[in-house]
Design a protein around this ligand. Structure first.
Ligand code: C5J
Length: 221
């Protein structure tokens, strides 16, 4: 069996096909000016440093034709999948559904809702729009994982303490073995990222494992 050197102890990798790369919400809405992230008052460039690392992981998974799953935080144009509580949140000028420089904020099909061009999904890769922060609520993710026989998730994306952590916690409760790639996840708040990494692997891996992209790629070679 192959192991990834990880925190809090080596992560056992199952057979190829049984683990997937999960890329959470690497959307223009979070990484570019004029999107949802900026409308909440965040400095969006903070998230861009993980893009080259994600490209390296993607290249390996594509080369080997291993499963790749993207998520998008995304709402229907009529906002029927957006609870009023979420709609009201935030103190910025623009709220979900409002017209911004990249189209309507966080709305399916709008330019700002797309994955950033550097990471554009390719044919055969799964793309899961999700109305919540976690990737299981009101999405086909569980069905996809079951149908594909995927048991282990290599998790990446933004933001570490919100959508990434919500997804990982729920995946853990559903019995998936999750590893968060430390340098392929980012937050607008570096201290929140560090705290999340620490709490994931604390107490003997209470939520899962963490490792660097090099540790992951070394084990996969
Ligand atoms: C947030 C996300 N932070 N993708 N979404 O609202 O983490």
């Amino acid at each position: 069996m192959v192991f990834i050197l990880a925190q809090p102890y080596p992560y056992p990798l199952p057979k190829p096909g049984q683990f997937a790369l999960v890329i959470i919400d690497m959307q223009r809405d979070f990484l570019e000016q004029g999107g949802f992230g900026e409308s909440l008052g965040n400095e969006v460039n903070t998230l861009r440093e993980i893009v080259p690392t994600l490209q390296r992981l993607l290249e390996k998974f594509r080369q080997e034709q291993w499963p790749i799953i993207y998520t998008l935080e995304s709402h229907a144009p009529d906002l029927s999948d957006c609870p009023p509580s979420k709609l009201m949140r935030g103190e910025g000028l623009l709220k979900i559904g409002d017209e911004g420089p990249m189209g309507r904020i966080l709305i399916k099909g709008e330019p700002g809702n797309a994955i950033i061009p550097e990471l554009t999904p390719e044919r055969g890769e799964f793309i899961i729009p999700k109305p919540g922060k976690g990737a299981f609520y009101n999405t086909p993710l569980e069905d996809i994982l079951q149908t594909q026989g995927i048991t282990h998730l290599i998790v990446t994306g933004v933001t570490t303490e919100v959508c990434v952590q919500s997804t990982m916690r729920e995946a853990n409760d559903r019995g998936y073995e999750c590893l968060l790639v430390e340098d392929a996840t980012a937050s607008y708040f570096p201290e929140f990222k560090q705290a999340t990494l620490a709490m994931i692997s604390a107490q003997g891996g209470i939520v899962g494992w963490t490792a660097t992209a090099n540790q992951v790629l070394n084990a996969l070679d």
